[in-house]
Design a protein around this ligand. Structure first.
Ligand SMILES: [Ca+2]
Length: 255
């Protein structure tokens, strides 16, 4: 029995040691964990996104488990990026996943609010919709984050939080760490961090999504122009005491 406990402790410590260090928050209660080494069992089979209340949805696009990870790519007929949605209510969190880019033009990780009736805009009537709050964009040249254009085509606009120019090698796994605490979004890949803030980031969250775009470099390629994902984790976010000093240091590095 003692040996078993020691072994479990060792495994737990190893897993924690592999997690990148958080800056703004501490990892609290684990709210969601999906290795994505096989298809999740909780697949939402209801109607549209606005009615999705739990689990995963894999559309549009083509999504398969390949080499122990979830691989997605865009289909020409969809006229939209491939998207894998996961529904879960949360507010402040530490989000983590591994991503590997294999030829797609762009990977997007979106954080969305709960469905609600949105006012009419110049191009659509009032309707029940899920909208994007903020996102991470990764391509072969680096990554960027932004507060999203929440109304799509009203007066609201995207507001960039920053960009890191660092080549992302194709076929190489990278661990993404996103910390959300009230208005702030802090994103770290390979030890490089973008910190940003906007009141919209403090909204209630209901969905996250992985997006894969292939349009700009073609369709029907073999193998497909894809990205893969694995080891998705979502912890409750707890404020870290050292964040104000850390933030000042990060700001000094950028300026
Ligand atoms: Ca707008």
């Amino acid at each position: 029995m003692k040996l078993t406990i020691l072994f479990l402790l060792a495994v737990t410590s190893l897993a924690l040691a592999n997690d990148p260090k958080t800056l703004m928050t501490e990892r609290g209660k684990l709210l969601a964990s999906e290795d994505l080494s096989q298809m999740p069992t909780d697949i939402f089979k209801g109607g549209g996104l606005a009615s999705m209340s739990h689990g995963w949805s894999f559309r549009p696009g083509q999504w398969d488990i390949v080499d122990g990870a979830l691989r997605g790519y865009q289909l020409k007929k969809d006229n939209h990026s491939a998207a894998a949605f996961f529904a879960l209510p949360w507010k402040n969190a530490v989000l983590q996943f591994d991503v590997k880019i294999d030829g797609c033009s762009q990977v997007v990780f979106c954080i969305d609010d709960p469905a609600a009736i949105r006012a009419a805009t110049p191009t659509r009537p009032a309707q029940n919709r899920v909208e994007h709050l903020c996102r991470l964009i990764i391509n072969k040249n680096g990554f960027s984050t932004q507060k999203d254009d929440h109304d799509h085509d009203g007066p609201d606009v995207n507001e960039p939080f920053g960009a890191v120019k660092k080549a992302m090698a194709m076929g190489e796994w990278k661990t993404v760490l996103i910390e959300i605490m009230e208005e702030e979004m802090v994103t770290t890949i390979d030890g490089r961090t973008i910190a940003g803030a906007h009141p919209q980031v403090a909204a209630d969250k209901a969905y996250i999504s992985f997006g894969v775009s292939g349009y700009s470099n073609g369709f029907d390629k073999s193998p497909p122009l894809s990205a893969s994902f694995r080891n998705f984790r979502l912890w409750e976010g707890v404020p870290a005491k050292g964040w104000p000093a850390m933030k000042a240091k990060l700001k000094a590095q950028v300026e």
